[in-house]
Design a protein around this ligand. Structure first.
Ligand code: NAP
Length: 570
């Protein structure tokens, strides 16, 4: 008999999209089914709507393989099922994952013994005289009650804790066989197993997304009301006790936060814990001069397995300082003492990457052309603006970056110096502009197709007056979430809303949500992939694009089936 063991995939990234089925796949053999379960058997089959939805989902996410619980079906029945046909049609390997047959048989036999005992007690109770209060009747009733509780508990244990562990092991085993670094699986789950399987997968660092298709039937005019199908399928919540063995015993994941600011950022600390680090050690006032000692002491204290579970995160508001610290960190490490390093000063790398990727995606979705062909104006010369300028220029855009700070007395020279710095250090050609007045800002905006507002939090860059004077169609992205927002009239959750005639806005929270997901995913990847990699803005933009592509859009997948009206009999 195969042993039940759940171990993480270590070097592989697995994403599982759990699709909730319309019904719970029967699991118990007939003799253990209750009357309702027996009566319902005939309607336990996937609908045409569900299969059409599944087809769309498969086209959208292109999984490497798919899985479903086997339940009481034979493998032949499983392969003949409509769900299996969907995957066959799309050439996606489709596997049954469920509790091992021998294990199930063994567990059921112990259940059978208890059920038999229960039958005997009930029979004896029936034979006893009707009058109440005899000791034997009292005793047998109490025994039957306890036994019933015990049977229910065993059934729960088999069906949920044990069975779900086998299902998860099946998914992981199939993922292991795929020779790719990043694997996507679609798992079809009974409603009652969605939560349990999700929790178990997440406990071994698998990314899980749950898709619950809602079915809506459009029927010819009729007085009849149908009971909502979904209501039948919802089952109570059950606590899961997974059997899990973690991979490398007891060595914790440690993140050293090397912050160049006076105070280490609580934002990055919280994100690191949420991404699964066991320990986060913040260092403040980190400089290129003092970082070498910290890195050496950290890496030399751990064995090769421990090194794989060690990570550095370079933060702090100053981008140039962070880059200098990164250079020292890289030089200090050597094989086999190489760990992953994330660099994201003030969250600027992930914010800029999210902003650029979001705009790129929005232009594509709205058939507005390729971002690389556009002229871009960036307002704000902090780290977010600078990184956006680097990413856009490398993409092939014409880029202007402007200081809009009216307090600057050296505006023109400052803008030129910045353009020189970006050319010399980052090898990109951008135009530096000083645009502190509405006239100057409008002049820049007229030349641009896309505008990025990355000025200081709480500073309004573009007023309604300026917006109204804009002639051609523009897309504006704003990262300032602190009122007043960067653009007058924009809303935090805007996603290509027309905020003025011909001007489409993308708000700070729309970008912020992607940024948040991005930073968390980078932290998670850096924690589990032990490649000695550098996670910077180049990595962040690739990942942001992937996250946007991978997002399962409910609106895209909606399927509506209209049932034809019956022809009138002549
Ligand atoms: N969603 C997120 O997670 C997230 C993360 C990071 C940043 N952000 C947002 O992104 C934006 C940019 O952040 P950042 O760190 O790159 O830059 P920042 O340091 O906050 O400031 C950007 C620029 O604002 C300009 N500025 C300062 N005072 C000004 C004033 N009174 N009037 C006009 N401009 C002024 C300065 O330009 P000059 O150099 O030209 O003087 C500065 O370079 C901020 O709104 C920030 O809140 C969001």
């Amino acid at each position: 008999m195969k042993a039940l063991e759940i171990t993480p995939l270590e070097e592989k990234r697995l994403r599982v999209i759990i699709v909730e089925k319309e019904y719970s796949e029967p699991f118990w053999p007939k003799k253990f089914q209750n009357d309702t379960e027996k009566k319902m058997l005939s309607i336990f089959k996937p609908s045409i709507a569900f299969c059409s939805f599944l087809e769309k989902l498969v086209e959208e996410v292109a999984p490497d393989f798919a899985t479903e619980e086997l339940g009481e079906r034979s493998i032949e029945d499983f392969k003949e099922n409509a769900i299996s046909k969907v995957f066959q049609k799309k050439n996606i390997p489709f596997f049954a994952v469920d509790i091992d047959e021998n294990a199930k048989g063994y567990l059921l036999s112990s259940l059978e013994e208890k059920e038999e005992l229960m039958d005997n007690i009930l029979k004896r109770l029936e034979e006893l005289p009707q009058e109440e209060g005899t000791y034997e009747k009292e005793y047998l009733t109490a025994y039957a009650q306890c036994l019933q509780e015990e049977i229910e508990e065993i059934k729960r244990e088999i069906k949920f804790s044990v069975r779900e562990s086998w299902i998860v092991m099946g998914i992981l085993d199939n993922a292991r066989k795929i020779e790719k670094d990043s694997v996507v699986c679609v798992h079809i789950a009974s409603p009652e197993h969605v939560d349990g399987v999700k929790k178990l997968l997440e406990s071994v660092d698998v990314e899980v997304e749950v898709v619950k298709p809602e079915k809506k039937l459009i029927l010819p005019e009729t007085e009849k009301t149908l009971t909502e199908f979904e209501d039948l399928l919802k089952s109570s919540k059950i606590q899961v006790k997974p059997v899990i063995r973690k991979s490398v015993e007891e060595q914790p994941y440690i993140l050293f936060l090397l912050d160049t600011d006076e105070r280490a950022s609580p934002f990055d600390i919280c994100m690191a814990y949420d991404a699964g680090f066991n320990i986060v050690v913040p260092y403040e006032n980190v400089t290129p001069e003092n970082v070498k000692k910290i890195v050496q002491d950290a890496i030399f204290s751990r064995d090769p397995k421990g090194i794989k579970r060690t990570c550095f995160f370079i933060g702090g508001k100053d981008m140039e300082k962070a880059e200098m610290v990164l250079e020292v960190v890289k030089k200090t490490m050597f094989s086999p003492f190489e760990t992953n390093v994330i660099v994201d000063p003030g969250g600027a790398y992930t914010t800029a990457a999210a902003m650029v990727a979001k705009v790129e995606d929005a232009l594509e979705r709205h058939n507005l052309g390729d971002l690389s062909t556009k002229t871009c104006a960036i307002f704000g010369t902090g780290a977010v603006g600078r990184v956006a300028a680097i990413l856009l220029a490398r993409l092939g855009c014409n880029v202007m970056i402007a200081s809009i700070n009216p307090k600057r007395t050296d505006g023109e020279e400052y803008a030129q110096r910045l353009a020189d710095l970006l050319r010399e250090k980052y090898n990109v050609e951008v135009e530096g502009v000083f645009a502190p007045t509405p006239e100057k800002k409008l002049e820049m905006m007229q030349k641009a197709d896309v505008i990025f507002c990355a000025s200081r939090a709480g500073v309004q860059v573009i007023t309604k007056d300026i917006l109204e004077k804009v002639k051609l169609m523009k897309v504006i992205a704003d990262v300032n979430a602190v009122p007043p927002l960067g653009v007058e009239g924009i809303k935090l959750n805007d996603d290509m809303r027309e905020i003025a005639p011909g001007v489409f806005g993308i708000g700070a929270l729309t970008i912020g949500r992607l940024k948040h997901k991005l930073e968390k995913e980078i932290l998670r990847e850096a924690r589990i992939n032990s490649r000695g990699a550098i996670y910077n803005y180049n990595y962040a933009i690739q990942l942001a694009r992937r996250l946007l592509r991978e997002k399962v859009l409910a609106s895209k997948l909606a399927v509506t089936l209209t049932y034809p009206k019956q022809k009138k009999k002549s």
